[in-house]
Design a protein around this ligand. Structure first.
Ligand SMILES: Nc1ncnc2c1ncn2[C@@H]1O[C@H](COP(=O)(O)OP(=O)(O)O)[C@@H](O)[C@H]1O
Ligand SMILES: Nc1ncnc2c1ncn2[C@@H]1O[C@H](COP(=O)(O)OP(=O)(O)O)[C@@H](O)[C@H]1O
Ligand code: SF4
Ligand SMILES: [Mg+2]
Ligand SMILES: [Mg+2]
Lengths: 263, 263
């Protein structure tokens, strides 16, 4: 199954996805996690260091992507998850999403995507255009990670619109919203109800998850009995479920403002 | 003077820029504020409502931008600031920054930019490419708004690189960093020192600024004696100063990670 996780920058995508990958690898699944964010630190907690990026490699190969082989961009990690980092394009030049598009095309060309039980794209979701939208074209489903705040919910609504748009030409569907840092979830619940999308789970603010990112360790290494692992298990379980047949409703932006202005 | 304010989404650009605009208008300056963020709420506190966007108007004019006149996109506000909102492009289709580029070109074509003492672009800075980079081409200087955290400082470094790149072909220069929600500023100070950029001021977390955005009012309406106004005055004063002749140093991303990993 190929899944793309989108969400506003800083909302916790990499923290959640890398720990989810570790959970599934621990259960014996073959997992590939692909970081598609200019911060190129999606897989930091899995590898224990910042792996070389496709951007850096492309520069060495004079941007002839056909010269790139699988071993040069896919790295093994101690927890059993394989990882790739797209990297960041040169700032201020050309399309910001270019290297994400290139990375996906390279993996497709090398026949990599079909070799795993789970392929997880971890993608910047502040604006979903150009190369940043390419992972959707190859994904079975998209999950959006959001917090209980206007900015990340506004971004979630726009990502949902992008999924609907891509869904006209590809098989990708929006599977649900994953709440993060949700000590409250009132706005997320309103948003999910109004857009007819499942709220898969709500992960609270957690010192453990913060440590996971800071110390480049998964929560399995830090605290194998944490209840956060149970919540990640809820996401893993949702991956197994069939998608609902109801399409997401894109909320008109002025209506979204109203929801937050009222509360 | 034409100034572009960039920074990671949600860092407080619109809150700061709209209150700065109100301050300068209050002193008798002619100010135009142009919102260049898909959230199109940059000028909310000035107008008191969400003004019609260039995106919405372009759709009505079948995307023939030559049909757009100044009165249709520039709105007067009670505090004396004139405002424009670029709006958000259709999600998932084409270039996310397209409408920002179009908005800037329309204003240039109509000769608007030269009619004001201050023209402030308030621009999404999560990725600076395509249309999102266009305001830099017409600006005298750029200020980056950042918090004391990895994500917004990482974005600031990339914006700085984009300014350096544009600076090869245009007169734009990076003038400084404006700290926001800085109850501490240690990381900002390290970043500014390492990149040889001025830290103009540090605005603390402020219930008043939060209210300004939520109630669509400037802080002059809410609390005319607030010390926040003094800090905004420091930004206004910096606008008057000549730029330093030292160029910003772009920090290699792996070095930036090291700075945060150590502390
Ligand atoms: N549930 C959580 N509780 C506390 N901190 C979190 C949580 N989720 C993420 N974080 C922290 O937030 C920051 C951003 O997370 P990250 O996963 O890098 O975001 P993204 O990949 O969406 O940009 C990291 O410092 C991380 O440790
Ligand atoms: N100094 C501050 N203290 C407290 N809240 C702030 C401060 N600056 C901004 N905010 C709040 O942060 C949120 C995002 O601010 P906004 O100006 O919309 O960010 P941006 O324009 O960069 O996306 C708003 O709800 C605003 O009220
Ligand atoms: S398509 Fe998106 S990522 Fe590419 S240049 Fe335009 S705004 Fe940037
Ligand atoms: Mg990430
Ligand atoms: Mg804004």
């Amino acid at each position: 199954m190929i899944v793309a996780f989108y969400g506003k920058g800083g909302i916790g995508k990499s923290t959640i996805v890398s720990n989810l990958s570790a959970l599934l690898a621990d259960k014996g699944r073959k997992v590939l996690q692909i970081g598609c964010d200019p911060k190129h630190d999606s897989t930091y907690a899995l590898a224990g260091y910042l792996v070389p990026t496709v951007t850096e490699l492309l520069a060495k190969k004079k941007f002839v992507s056909e010269r790139i082989s699988a071993e040069e961009i896919i790295f093994k990690t101690a927890c059993g998850v394989d990882v790739v980092e797209a990297g960041g394009p040169e700032a201020g030049k050309g399309c910001g999403g270019y290297v994400v598009g290139e990375t996906v095309e390279i993996l497709k060309r090398l026949g990599i995507l079909g070799q795993y039980d789970y392929v997880f794209f971890d993608v910047l979701g502040d604006i979903v255009c150009g190369g940043f939208a390419v992972p959707m074209q190859y994904s079975d489903r998209v999950y959006i990670i959001a917090g209980n705040d206007f900015d990340s919910i506004f971004a979630a609504n726009r990502i949902s619109a992008a999924v609907a748009e891509k869904g006209h030409f590809h098989t990708v569907r929006l599977a649900g919203i994953i709440g993060n840092r949700c000590d409250e979830a009132n706005f997320l619940e309103i948003f999910c109800k109004a857009s007819q999308v499942t709220l898969v789970t709500c992960i609270p603010t957690s010192e453990l998850l913060k440590k996971s990112r800071q110390e480049a360790k998964t929560i399995f290494d830090l605290s194998p009995k944490s209840k956060i692992i149970h919540l990640l298990g809820e996401i893993a379980a949702h991956l197994m479920k069939d998608l609902r047949s109801v399409n997401a409703r894109i909320i008109p932006e002025r209506e979204l403002f109203e929801i937050f202005a009222k509360e």
